[in-house]
Design a protein around this ligand. Structure first.
Ligand code: FAD
Length: 407
């Protein structure tokens, strides 16, 4: 009987193993080699334990790749249905929630893993835990995998599903990229994505723990790259929250700035009018009350402080026309330089990886090495928050499983 070995028992590897077993129909032994003791550890942590496993709107604009033009061809093979049908077959009821996000109806990531594990057992898939693949040798008749502890496994066909290098405590430590390279693949530059952003900004430090609804703009060399609306969280290192995580996907090498717009729903002129009207009505109040009711008190203080509008005991009526214009400008465009990110350990995903041009979009088969397939986060595609990354992992795993299991 042929051996099909899958390196990595994460989302992609588990979906691939089950699909391959079904496609092989008993004609192959499917083996998962997993470096941790158990498979699926990261899955349990996804979506804050709820597992946002796909999205009803799968389209290239929700993904980034260093070979963006190839994305469309890949995504065309993997509509939402490929993942929801797979889980329906396993017996999982799913529900669509805000912005097309798809979760298990019971909101439990552990339920997703339980069903995947049950299917592994039903399909006689063998799991080799604590098997950290260290080396893969290409043989005339397949591959020989050697683990860190010296154990070996023989594969007629091989699927690399070893993930990226984000959150390594949950399994993937970047070794998959080295294994792919050793088999002839190149790797596009890697960087952490969906990760909090560091800023060199003392005002943010003073706002630690405060949340605000903003439109966050990312600017590079004076050009706006992207903008995201939603709730940001000020921290002692910079900014977290979904808008910051989303914008981190664009941060490679370069000098970046973030701009916070606290009033995205109105123009700067309209905000200036509002402030002027307040000034006319509240002239005798101290400045510390000037922005009451419009945004968190402390944010208002820090924005004024950043514009040298002090002391806050001054009456509102003492604001000069220039001060008022500076304040309206800062409330619409509060700038801060970006000082990197919290790095791979705090990131949800890795951007970069095996170039999409080196992989067949229909089968996930390597264009560089016969009988090799690759899937999941290992590939150079990163999705935004919303279930796009698990969708990519499950869907590429399913496509690879269908192909690798056909003997
Ligand atoms: C905290 C957190 C929350 C997240 N929440 C969501 C969410 O709700 N929705 C969403 O879409 N995405 C989410 N993601 C991202 C998502 O989890 C990943 O994109 C997805 O798990 C990638 O799947 P994968 O199978 O390619 O890699 P992984 O899930 O990382 O699995 C790779 C597996 O390979 C194993 N492995 C690695 N190297 C070797 C080796 N050399 N030998 C043997 N085994 C090896 C690892 O131990 C691991 O089990 C989240 C990520 C994190 C960290």
């Amino acid at each position: 009987m042929k051996n099909i070995v899958i390196v990595g028992g994460g989302a992609a590897g588990l979906a691939a193993a089950i699909t391959a077993a079904r496609a092989a129909g008993g004609a192959a032994q499917i083996i998962i080699a997993e470096r941790l003791e158990r498979v699926g550890k990261k899955l349990l942590a996804t979506g804050n334990g709820r597992c946002n496993l796909s999205n009803a709107r799968i389209a290239p604009q929700f993904y980034l790749s260093q070979e963006q033009k190839y994305l469309e061809g890949f995504l065309a093979q993997m509509p939402t249905k490929i993942v929801t049908d797979f889980f329906a077959d396993l017996g999982l009821l799913c529900a669509e929630r805000e912005q097309g996000r798809i979760y298990p109806k019971c909101n439990q990531a552990s339920m997703v893993l339980d069903l995947l594990l049950a299917s592994l057992r039903r399909n006689n898939i063998q799991v080799c835990g604590d098997f950290a693949v260290d080396k893969i040798s290409r043989r005339r008749d397949g591959f020989l995998l050697t683990a860190q502890d010296g154990r070996t496994l023989k594969a007629d066909r091989l699927l690399l599903a070893a993930g990226g290098k984000a959150s390594s405590a949950l399994g993937a430590d970047g070794s998959g990229f080295l294994l792919a390279q050793s088999l002839g693949h190149s790797i596009t530059p890697l960087y952490p994505a969906l990760v909090p952003i560091k800023t060199a900004n003392n005002y943010f430090k003073a706002l630690k723990g405060i949340r605000a609804e903003v439109c966050l703009h990312l600017i590079c060399e004076g050009r706006e790259l992207a903008a995201e609306s939603g709730e940001v969280l000020f921290t002692d290192y910079g900014l977290s929250g979904i808008p910051a995580l989303q914008l981190s996907c664009y941060l490679q090498k370069g000098r970046y700035q973030l701009s916070l717009d606290f009033f995205p729903e109105i123009s700067k002129a309209a905000l200036t009018d509002l402030l002027n009207q307040r000034m006319a009505e509240w002239g005798a109040e101290p400045l510390e009350n000037f922005l009451l009711g419009t945004l968190a008190k402390k944010i208002g203080y820090m924005v004024m402080k950043s514009q040298d509008i002090a002391p806050l005991s001054r009456p509102v009526g003492s604001l000069s026309e220039q001060e008022l214009a500076r304040l309206a400008g800062a409330l619409k465009d509060w700038r801060t330089p970006v000082d990197g990110t919290l790095g791979f350990e705090q990131a949800q995903v890795t951007a970069g990886g095996v170039p999409l041009s080196e992989v067949n979009a229909h089968t996930m088969q390597s264009e560089c090495c016969p009988d090799l397939y690759l899937c999941g986060e290992l590939l150079d595609a990163v999705g935004f928050c919303g279930g796009y990354n698990l969708h990519w992992a499950f869907a590429t795993g399913i496509l690879a499983g269908q192909a690798i299991g056909k003997l």
